[in-house]
Design a protein around this ligand. Structure first.
Ligand SMILES: Nc1ncnc2c1ncn2[C@@H]1O[C@H](COP(=O)(O)OP(=O)(O)OP(=O)(O)O)[C@@H](O)[C@H]1O
Ligand SMILES: [Mg+2]
Length: 391
């Protein structure tokens, strides 16, 4: 008999993150789970890049999908209304097919709709009737250019509610990277508002990594299309004690390896509570453990793993450095790579006036590149900051 041993690693980057790899976020998960299942309010999750938005959203999806239809959609790559429409419909029908065998046929009909001859499809739709026929006819009319993209958007946003009512289900629509819909035009947000106000069975969960988007789409009275339509949830770094416990337990369980208290502090000293980085540092550390059969991790091991992490990421950081920032933004970042500073201190270092840098400071804070805390600015991504300081 061949025994296949399941590969197990102490840390994990990418893919679906669940126990034992999922750290903390209990309160957030409960909060979002509650709001979705009770349909009490839609929410937007805001966090800088790499803080674990997608993982949290997917955890909500997994928990909520026992009770309702859940459609997870990443808005990156939805370049037009047709893309938006097709992805929303596909996701809703896919969620339904997962919960009910009879949904498979609906899903198959929907897929045919995009490619089979229009005439035959009209009959197939008439046979199904209801919300599918309504949505499908408009999609066919779009194929034959009888309606425009606007009608398609409208149809996409109306479909989940109609379908849910017919099937006696509730629906959670998760739109990850919501800011990517901005180029589709303002109209999508006002339509969304209109639907959200009248829908009874659909609730939304958005995510974004820009305070500017939050402000423009959700924050301004009289101006923002979704003003006061959603609750806001900010994700910060994961508290250090959870990161420490995670390291201690994973290393012990998977490698029977101990880690010293100073080494644990060094982990969070280097990568803080940013999930992507503490997992990535863990992977790098794990390689050392396996190769050298280590039984005890010290500060030196963490330093070595961190150096190799920086080296691995330096291509990405270089690219970010060269393509994302203006000259003055770079100068600001360089100045702040030494540690947090106030506007006045930064200006002094750059030999300019505070007024001259305030625009870029706020732009970068809105993009969550910088974080303002107690009147001082710091680089949100501390690993990027460490790289900047070194190179
Ligand atoms: N709660 C968590 N516990 C442990 N690790 C996590 C957690 N959340 C995220 N991670 C780790 O961080 C990685 C990146 O997380 P995720 O993709 O969810 O972040 P994100 O905020 O969506 O990033 P991006 O801005 O790039 O879309 C995951 O692959 C995983 O390794
Ligand atoms: Mg993400």
């Amino acid at each position: 008999m061949i025994i296949v041993q399941k590969a197990s690693s102490a840390f994990k980057v990418g893919g679906f993150i669940e126990a034992p790899y999922f750290v903390d976020r209990d309160d957030e998960l409960q909060h979002l789970h509650h709001d979705a299942r009770t349909l009490s309010q839609s929410n937007v999750v805001i966090a800088p890049r790499r803080f674990g938005k997608t993982s949290l959203l997917r955890a909500v999806e997994s928990r909520v999908s026992e009770e309702m239809l859940v459609s997870y959609l990443n808005c990156l790559g939805m370049v037009d209304s047709v893309g938006f429409h097709d992805r929303v419909v596909e996701a809703v029908l896919h969620a339904f097919a997962l919960r009910h065998g009879r949904g498979k046929r609906l899903l198959a009909t929907w897929r045919d709709l995009l490619k089979k001859p229009v005439l035959g499809m009209r009959d197939a739709l008439a046979e199904i009737g209801g919300s599918i026929e309504g949505m499908g006819s408009i999609r066919l009319k779009f194929r034959t250019r009888e309606v425009d993209a606007q009608a398609l958007l409208e149809s996409a946003l109306a479909f989940p509610e109609r379908f849910a009512a017919e099937q006696d289900e509730n629906v959670l629509i998760i739109l990850d990277e919501f800011q990517a819909l901005v180029p589709l035009g303002e109209h999508i947000f006002s339509l969304l508002k209109e639907k959200m106000e009248s829908q009874k069975r659909v609730v939304y969960l958005f995510s974004g990594s820009s305070l500017r988007m939050l402000h423009e789409v959700f924050g301004q009275e009289g101006k923002s299309p979704l003003y006061q339509m959603v609750g806001r949830l900010f994700l910060g770094e994961i508290p250090y004690q959870f990161v420490h416990r995670f390291y201690r337990e994973r290393l012990r369980e998977v490698h029977a390896c101990e880690i010293t208290a100073p080494a644990l502090s060094q982990v969070t000293e280097r990568v803080g509570g940013i999930p992507y980085y503490f997992q990535k540092l863990g992977v790098s550390l794990e390689r050392e453990i396996t190769i050298h059969d280590k039984k005890k991790i010290t500060t030196r091991d963490i330093e070595r793993a961190f150096a190799s992490l920086l080296e691995e990421l330096s291509g990405d950081f270089q690219e970010r450095w060269e393509t994302r920032f203006t000259g003055q933004q770079r100068a600001i970042l360089k100045a702040l790579s030494g540690g947090p500073m106030s506007v006045t201190e930064t200006a002094r270092l750059l030999e300019t006036s505070p007024a001259n840098i305030s625009y870029n400071l706020s732009r970068q804070t809105e993009a969550m590149i910088l974080t303002k805390e107690d009147g001082r600015y710091r680089i949100t991504d501390r690993v990027f900051a460490a790289w900047l300081k070194e190179f």
